[in-house]
Design a protein around this ligand. Structure first.
Ligand SMILES: *Cc1c(COP(=O)(O)O)cnc(C)c1O
Length: 364
């Protein structure tokens, strides 16, 4: 028997979450963001659940080739655009739309030889200060692109720094409005947090929304809101089994560094899951976990291949009992990935993306 750890990707949940985002922005088209191998889910595995999107957005050119290989003929957007001149040849060959965020990318386009002019998404830096043209340089960039025979249609795009925080999107929205007011073209601004928290504003929804994390069932603004609040369902379950049992007496410790000490007699289950599977090593004693669908906690340090869990709330548990590290148990009980991420001082995004290659994955 293989080691009993397994991840499952839930096609129905992907479909549900995508529909949820459409419902939040009914007048917009939807890019399903599938960068980072569909947030660790695997592009091929997530595709069936996401094929109802209007387009796929990503940033790795190999991932664009994989989406085309799945038979997708609709729009694909490269969120960081071309990294070097020859990337534009792939854009021409596979009809990829691409972001243009700097002068150098316009220079590359100006010398690119193509029979079919490209659709580009000109990016404004609205305050994130990562990629994009500063507001006072935006119009000149637009005019330069507009004059190129290699360019067909110009759309306008920006990315919010604070859609998930109390600071919000008002400043960025004003900057975007001022920089683009009399320019033609479709617009795309909103990530998951912007759609859910600010999607009541039509200027935020615009023509295309770009949800990632919400499609994968994680709340972009946890712990202020959880996935259930936003009616999102987990799309990834990490599950394993109890492979060992220990009976602790008062004063006994568990794991490396003896970081947990029993203050009463207790039964502990040893689970086949560790940081080499992508379970965060920083999860402290008390991180929530489900055993047979019932909520309990980890005890002691996470090691490479194992963690220990408190079996007090699950007296009938034994070797082989089901353990849900995050996602959905067989009983239907849910452990939100955001709770585990938060225990490790990180976000659901990071846990999904860090699912280790050694974990077998099934589509369920
Ligand atoms: C990753 C990304 C998104 C999706 O963000 P979420 O927070 O996962 O919804 C949208 N737009 C751009 C440019 C991105 O890089």
């Amino acid at each position: 028997m293989p080691r009993p750890i397994q991840a499952a990707i839930h096609t129905d949940a992907l479909r549900h979450n995508l529909a949820r985002m459409r419902q939040a922005a009914p007048d917009a088209r939807v890019w399903a963001i599938v960068k980072a191998d569909a947030y660790g889910h695997g592009i091929e595995r997530a595709f069936e659940g996401l094929r109802g999107a209007d387009g796929f957005a990503l940033l790795d050119l190999h991932e664009a080739e994989r989406v085309r290989a799945l038979g997708w003929r609709g729009p694909i957007l490269l969120l960081e655009g071309a990294f070097e001149a020859r990337d534009l040849e792939l854009c021409s060959r596979l009809s990829l739309w691409h972001v243009v965020h700097c002068q150098e990318q316009i220079d590359m386009l100006a010398v690119h030889k193509t029979h079919t002019p490209h659709r580009v998404f000109l990016k404004l830096n609205s305050g994130m200060n990562r990629l994009g043209f500063a507001p006072h340089r935006f119009r000149a960039a637009w005019a330069r692109l507009d004059a190129l025979p290699q360019v067909d249609e110009i759309s306008l795009v920006t990315h919010f720094s604070d859609a998930d925080t109390p600071r919000g999107v008002a400043d960025a929205l004003r900057v975007f409005g001022q920089a683009t007011s009399d320019l033609p073209g479709e617009r795309s601004l909103a990530n998951s947090a912007a759609v859910l928290r600010h999607g009541h504003d039509a200027a935020v929804r615009a023509d295309w929304i770009r949800p990632g994390i919400a499609v994968y069932g994680s709340a972009p603004d946890f712990p202020q809101h959880d996935a259930a609040h936003w009616q999102l369902e987990p799309t990834m379950t990490l599950a394993s089994r109890v492979i060992g049992l220990q009976q602790l007496a008062v004063g006994d410790t568990v794991g490396y560094g003896s970081s947990f000490t029993a203050d009463a007699p207790m039964r502990v289950g040893i689970v086949a899951c560790g940081y080499a599977d992508g379970y965060p090593r920083l999860c402290p004693t008390g991180t929530p976990v489900l055993v047979n669908g019932l909520r309990t906690r980890t005890v002691g340090r996470v090691s490479m291949d194992m963690i220990a869990v408190d079996l007090a709330p699950v007296p009938e548990a034994g070797i082989g009992s089901e353990v849900t590290l995050w996602g959905r148990a067989a009983s239907g009980a849910v452990l939100p990935i955001d709770e585990v991420a938060s225990a490790a001082s990180t976000v659901g995004y990071e846990l999904m993306c860090a699912l280790a290659p050694r974990v077998p994955v099934v589509v369920a």
